[in-house]
Each structure stands twice: as C-alpha cells, then as structure tokens.
Design a protein around this ligand. Structure first.
Ligand code: ADP
Ligand code: MG
Length: 400
C-alpha cells in the first residue's frame, strides 16, 4: 500500500485556504444532463468535508477529449447542474483554470464555497503535463487534493504535476479506492476469483497475464470467452471473436496452468442469428452446438450455476467486464445472476467483492446490486491498469 497523506492530515480549520480538488466529472451524458452521477457521488464526501472545514474549494476536472482547445459542448458547465444536484449546493462556474478570472472568482467565493473550473483539457499543457501550466493553476491554491483515481493512470498537469508543487492529499474516494484495491489484489484473502468479461481479449491482455499469477480462479466471459473457446477448438460461428489471438489465449491458459490458476470457460451459451432484443432465433445450447450462422451473446445458465459454486469457495472476488451483451435483453441474464450471487455472498460476509470498469458499473447498477458489493470502482482505464499490475502516476505523485 503506497504511503500518502489523507484529509485526516489536514488542520481542522481551513478558513482562508484554497483547496484545488481534482475530481472526475467525465460523466456519461444523455441530452443535456448526466445519465449516471456515480462519479460525483464518489467525491461528494471529499468536497463537502473540505468546504465544511472552511476552505474555498475549486474543482478541477476534464470532460471528454477537446484535444487542447476550447469547445462549448465540452465545457464542465455542462455538468454544473448535475454536480449541484448531487452536492445539494449551488456552485460557481469559472470559465478558466488559471489567471485573473480565477483570482476574481476567488474574491467572490466565501469560505466553504465551491467553484467549478473549466475543462482542464482545453489547454494543451494538461495532457502534456507542462510544468508552467501546472504552476499557473497551483498558484491559486494552498493545497491539492486528488480524488480522481479514475484519472490517476495519466501523468497530466492536474493529476500528477500539481501534486509535485503543492502539499498533496488523497481525497476520501481515492483513499477508499486504494484500500479496496489493496484488499482485492494487493493483499487479498485467498482463494481469489477474478471474473474478466467484456467485448475483446485485445483490450485486456495485460490484465489476464497479470491475473493468472495472482488468482486461483480466472473466470472468462463476454465476447472474450469466444476467443478462448475458439482457441480450444470450439466453432463459435458468427460470434465476436478475435481469431488472430487464439495463440495468445492458449498461452494464457498454459501460464495459468503453471501458476495453479484454474481457467473457467462456459459449457453452455445463449445464441441468436441476429443481435436484437429477444430475437426469434434465440436459444441456449452447449458451446459445441453453435451453428455457423449464430453468435454467442451471453453465457448460459449451467455455466452461471457452476461459477456460483466457484464463488462460494472463494474469499475474494475481482470483477471486470460483463458476461454477455447485457445492454440488450435477455443477454443480461448471466451478468445479472452472477452479480446477484456475488452480492449475496458479500452480504453474508463470506466474500470481499471489488468490481470496476465503465460497462461493469452500468451492469451492476442494472442488476441493482451495486450497493451490495464491498467496493465498486468508478474508474475505467485506471482500474484496468491497476488490474494489469502497473504503478499509476497520479498515485505515485501523492506518495512522493
Ligand atoms: P468494461 O467497460 O466494464 O471494462 P468492456 O468495455 O470490456 O467492459 O466490455 C463491455 C462490452 O462487452 C459491452 O458493451 C457488452 O455488450 C460487450 N459484450 C459482452 N459480451 C459480449 C458478446 N458475447 N458479444 C458481443 N459483445 C459482448
Ligand atoms: Mg467499456
């Protein structure tokens, strides 16, 4: 566990101080507002704690990929209403991140007030981690708090650079995230199961390679299971499958074998000839019975039952990636069923369950079990890099 300062290390009274707080406001949008505010909820305790201590809080965040130039639709003002709703407080939008406009705004804000600075990625210095850019922002603050684990895999000015200029602290969400991740893979209680699903093997190769050496059970689902099944000689028909990665899949299964990690692939699958909600061609079959014009869109009920039995023998679960194309019914069934089993085991006290990944969080919310897991990471890429066993620059800068 890296060594870093938390809000507990701050004085009780922060009146007259300015806290620059890096948060994750990169919310999925639906029309004019966010379709999911989980990330704001995650940083609410940090923001309010600093405000209650009397600091003027300036929120730093990126929103989309403006590529170093202003874009009206990618202004953080797009999510101001959502942030206010979650915080239960009005906040002031500041259309800059540094300079006289920020200075004037600080003159208007009172102790305990909150300001929202514009999209840090409007300036090329952010992604370049430019030292002058970081210093221009840091000039407005007394302390820096990083509560955006989700951006910690990037060495950017507001995730890494500022932490090297101002006294730096991990926010409550960052702190909880790091200790949950430590309990899941850093120092987990064995046996450990990892469920890796999602669309493609190619996006999660490094994850799979890291996990085989760390967990006792590797459960593979989603589109990526098709590549593993194909590697074992199964004809997966029209399924999403990376045929060029079957050698890699075999290699991963060999490495797992040597490391004493059992790889679990489904015996039965849910297939259809067209990808639509409850298509006429929908059926469940053994993996060896998939027709050439069918595609695998979910793992089957027998496989889910077998996996539930595996989870019952485990003490720790790390979950990333849905087991099927869960956005379309009924291809959400395996994902929902396994999530419910993991949630129930967690509530019984027999399992520590940690999950992460953009679509995974959506799937767990859809299964209505998000509150029953030990910890759900709202970080996408950062969670994956952590699952890959990498050191994250934003975390390393807090520990320096
Ligand atoms: P996460 O964002 O949680 O890391 P991924 O992005 O890797 O997850 O994968 C999620 C996507 O995988 C979902 O959009 C889901 O529809 C898709 N998926 C899962 N199983 C299948 C399948 N059998 N065929 C096609 N797509 C699938
Ligand atoms: Mg995804």
């Amino acid at each position: 566990m890296p060594n870093f300062k938390t809000l507990d290390d701050l004085p009780a009274d922060l009146s007259g101080k300015v806290a620059l707080v890096r948060v994750d406001l990169n919310l999925p949008m639906n029309g004019g507002s966010a379709s999911d505010v989980t990330r704001v909820e995650a940083s609410k305790p940090t923001i309010l704690e600093l405000a209650e201590k009397g600091a003027k809080v300036l929120l730093l965040a990126h929103f989309g990929r403006p590529g170093g130039a202003r874009s009206s639709v990618l202004s953080t003002s797009m999510v101001q209403g959502d942030v206010e709703e979650v915080l239960g407080k009005e906040i002031m939008f500041v259309p800059e991140v540094a300079g006289p406009v920020v200075e004037q705004s600080l003159g208007i804000l009172r102790d305990g007030d909150i300001g929202l600075l514009d999209n840090v990625r409007f300036w090329p210095g952010e992604e370049a981690n430019d030292a002058d850019f970081a210093a221009s922002i840091a000039a407005h603050g007394d302390i820096y708090v990083n509560d955006a684990f989700s951006a910690a895999h990037r060495a950017h000015a507001t995730t890494e650079g500022i932490a090297r200029i101002l006294p730096a602290y991990a926010g409550r969400a960052m702190e909880r995230e790091l200790s949950a991740l430590d309990a899941a893979l850093g120092n987990p209680e064995a046996p450990v199961a990892a469920v890796v699903g999602g669309a493609k093997v190619s996006t999660k190769l490094a994850v799979l390679k890291n996990l085989v050496g760390k967990v006792q059970h590797l459960i593979i689902g989603g589109g990526m299971a098709n590549t593993f099944l194909a590697a074992r000689g199964v004809d997966v028909g029209k399924s999403l499958c990376e045929h060029d990665l079957t050698d890699t899949a075999n290699q991963i299964m060999d490495e797992a074998d040597h490391a004493g990690c059992t790889v679990h692939l489904p015996y039965d699958v849910v297939v259809a000839k067209e990808f639509a909600a409850t298509p006429a061609s929908l059926r469940t079959c053994n993996v060896h019975e998939v027709a050439s014009d069918e595609m695998i869109l979910d793992i089957g009920p027998q496989a889910v039952e077998a996996l539930a039995d595996v989870l019952k023998t485990c003490r720790t679960l790390v979950l990333n990636g849905p087991l099927g194309a869960f956005e379309t019914t009924p291809f959400d069934e395996a994902t929902v069923a396994l999530a419910k089993t993991a949630a129930a085991l967690t509530q019984d006290g027999s399992l520590t369950s940690v999950a992460g990944g953009g679509d995974t969080v959506a799937a767990l919310n859809h299964a209505k079990v998000a509150g029953d897991f030990t910890y759900i990471s709202t970080a996408g890429g950062a969670f994956l890099e952590w699952m890959e066993g990498k050191e994250l620059p934003g975390v390393a800068a807090l520990s320096a």
